[in-house]
Every structure is written in C-alpha cells, then in structure tokens.
Design a protein around this ligand. Sequence first.
Ligand code: MG
Length: 180
Amino acid sequence: MPLKPKSPVGPNFRIGYGWDSHEFKAGVPLKIGGIALDHPKGLGGHSDGDVLLHAITDALLGAVAAPDIGTLFSPSDPRWKGADSALFLEEALRRLQDAGYEIANLDSTLILSQPKIGPHAGRIRQHLSKLLNIAPEQIGIKAKTPEGMGTDNAAIAHAAVLLERSQSSRRSRVSTKKTR
Ligand code: MG
C-alpha cells in the first residue's frame, strides 16, 4: 500500500505551550501583558521583563515549531536591551501567519504574590486582544498566588494556545488539490 503523501501545509489544528519566570527588582517599571501596573518593583530581565508576553510568544512559536524566544531574541544581544516585548510577539505572529495559521483561543495563568491581577485582568485582556488581533472572548487570563512555593519574589506565567488553519490558507489548500 503506498504511503499517503504528507500534506504540504500541515494539520488543521496545532497547540502551543509557553512558560516564563522573572524576578522582581526595585527601580524598574512593572509590565504585565503590555500594561504598566503601579507597583514598587518591576520584573528584571534583558528586555522589559514582561513575563506574560514572553510565555505567550513562546506558546505561539512552539505551536508552529519555530525556534523559541531566547533563540530568536538572545538575552546577550544589545538590540533587545530594555526592548518592548510586543516586538517579540509581533515576530511570533508573523511566523504564525507565514505558516498559514490563526489563533483559535489562548489561555494563560499568572502566578505571583503581588500585585493582585484581578483588578487589572480586564485591561490586560483588552490590550492583548489588540496585540494579537483576536476578540477578548478568545483570551483567558487567570491569576494565582504561589501558595507554599517559596517564589514570592518572582512572577511566573503559563500560556497555552490553539491555532487553526487560516481561511485563506484553507482556500489555497483546496485549489492545490484541484490542480493535482
Ligand atoms: Mg522572559
């Protein structure tokens, strides 16, 4: 029996998962999900330390089997010193589009002792909706405190994403089949 030829465009759905952590540091602004939050400490790191955007970026990159955020944007590269993490997200979105996918939904969990994320979650969701060009209803944001973990001086973020093949890519797939 002949082997079924591999699809030239890949599966209709793909999942991605990303994780990140950053240590709290005095004297830097706190940015989470692209939103500046009023807090005495920010998150240290080579870029702006936006732990949530980094986890989402890695989830998107992983979903299309692209290199991870640290490989694409090396922490030793002076170009990314203090960089707005939205730049990393843009690159991940470009790769996702090139691969012919769009985001079906995104879910995320933040783990940090302070500040409380609940009062800001709506604003973060709205901002992510603009950055990712999807509806707020496609974005989950959950926040937990690190009970018993001993990580009170760190912020941790997990993100999971489901991609589906974009409509334009489905059309080109159909036309490819017809011409065979
Ligand atoms: Mg990071």
